[in-house]
Every structure is written in C-alpha cells, then in structure tokens.
Design a protein around this ligand. Structure first.
Ligand code: FMN
Length: 188
C-alpha cells in the first residue's frame, strides 16, 4: 500500500472509459464500503447509503437511463442510445453514493449532505489505496427522477455521486491545482 500522504498528494481521477477490469474482489468491495462508511456524521444519522452496480446489473440500470434519454430526445440516433445504455458499464464497478439528508430537529440538512460527500471521497481514496483508479461523477441521469426511481431511490434521496472504479492502464498527468495563497488565508 502506498504511503498515505503520498496517496493523498498524488490522487487523480481516471475517466470511466479508461477504467478496466478486473474490478475489486468481494473482500476489496467490503473494504471499500467499510472505509466509505467511516466518515464524520453529526448525530450519527447515517444520512447516506450505497448502491453497487456490477456485471450485468450495470446494463439493467443502463436500460433505465436509455428510457429517460429517449423520452428527452425521441429522435436520438441508435448509437447515442447505446452510449447511454453503457453509462454505468464503462468501469467494472460503480458505486452510487446516495444522500438521504433531510430535515431534522437538531442536525442541519447541509451537514448531512456534507457527510455524503465525505463518504464519496473516502470511497475514492480507498479505491486508490487498493491500487484502483476511480472517478466521482454525477452526469445528467443523477438528476433525472425517472432514472433515480428505477434505481430504487426514494423521493427524498439524491445522488452524491456515481463512483466508478477499475484498473487504470496509464498514469494520468496532473492538472493545475489552486495556489494555496489564493484559497487559504490566515485570520487576523
Ligand atoms: C459531486 C461531484 C460531481 C462530479 N460530476 C462530474 C461529472 O459528471 N463529470 C465530470 O467530468 N466530472 C465530475 N466531477 C469532477 C471529477 O470528480 C474530478 O474531480 C475532476 O475530473 C477533476 O479531477 P481530479 O479529481 O483528478 O482532480 C464531479 C465532482 C464532484 C465532487
């Protein structure tokens, strides 16, 4: 396993299309979910959950995405529809991080949403620590209520991200990062 700080300093997203199989084993999947669920959670509400897409189930979910796509674009070409069907089948494993944040007497909804973001980030980092590449994306279907209902989300639930996980064939180049002087100020 790489040094933790080195991992944090070098992590990069890998495009879903560049994430190949074989995907994580059952034991690795358990590690991923264990790390993802070990996040700060004000009030211990567990305001998130995970949906795992592997194997043929990725295309079954894709059928719901195509159906919503065809509704929006009835004249879409067959190859466009096929690309939509493949959305969740680009990487060998996709884990949807579902936010179930809601009104609460004590815990602001905002903090519950942040906890879901932390879960998604932990998932990405755990994947990298296991030697996999990962990509945290949403894309249009994360905001389509028809697709979400077909994936089993309730009305109050939202997608924090579809985390795509697989093996990266190449090490990606880094991208510019914000200069610390611009984003961190000392209060005085
Ligand atoms: C909530 C959330 C949703 C995102 N959705 C997308 C997306 O739909 N498509 C995309 O290309 N990047 C998306 N990103 C950005 C990528 O995860 C990634 O951060 C970006 O490609 C930069 O790469 P890096 O992680 O290597 O810095 C999203 C990020 C977040 C936090």
């Amino acid at each position: 396993m790489p040094d933790a700080l080195e991992l944090l300093k070098t992590r990069r997203s890998i495009k879903p299309i560049e994430l190949n199989g074989p995907g994580p084993s059952a034991a690795e999947l358990e590690t991923l979910l264990t790390v993802a669920s070990r996040v700060p959670d004000h009030g211990k509400l567990v305001p998130w959950r995970f949906i795992i897409f592997e194997g043929e189930a990725r295309l079954a979910a894709g059928a719901a995405i195509v159906a919503a796509f065809r509704k929006k674009y009835p004249d879409a070409k067959p190859e466009q529809a096929e690309a939509e069907r493949q959305r969740l089948a680009r990487a060998p494993l996709v884990i949807a991080v579902v936010s179930r944040a809601g009104a609460h007497v004590k815990i602001p909804e905002w903090e519950q949403v942040l906890s879901a973001g932390a879960a998604a980030m932990n998932l990405v980092l755990a994947a990298h620590a296991l030697g996999y590449g990962a990509s945290w994306i949403t894309e249009w279907y994360a905001y389509d209520r028809g697709v979400l209902a077909a994936l089993g989300l309730k009305e109050n639930e939202r997608i924090a991200g579809f985390v795509h996980i697989g093996r990266a064939s190449e090490k990606p180049e880094d991208r510019p990062r914000p200069p610390l002087a611009e984003i961190a100020t000392r209060f005085s």
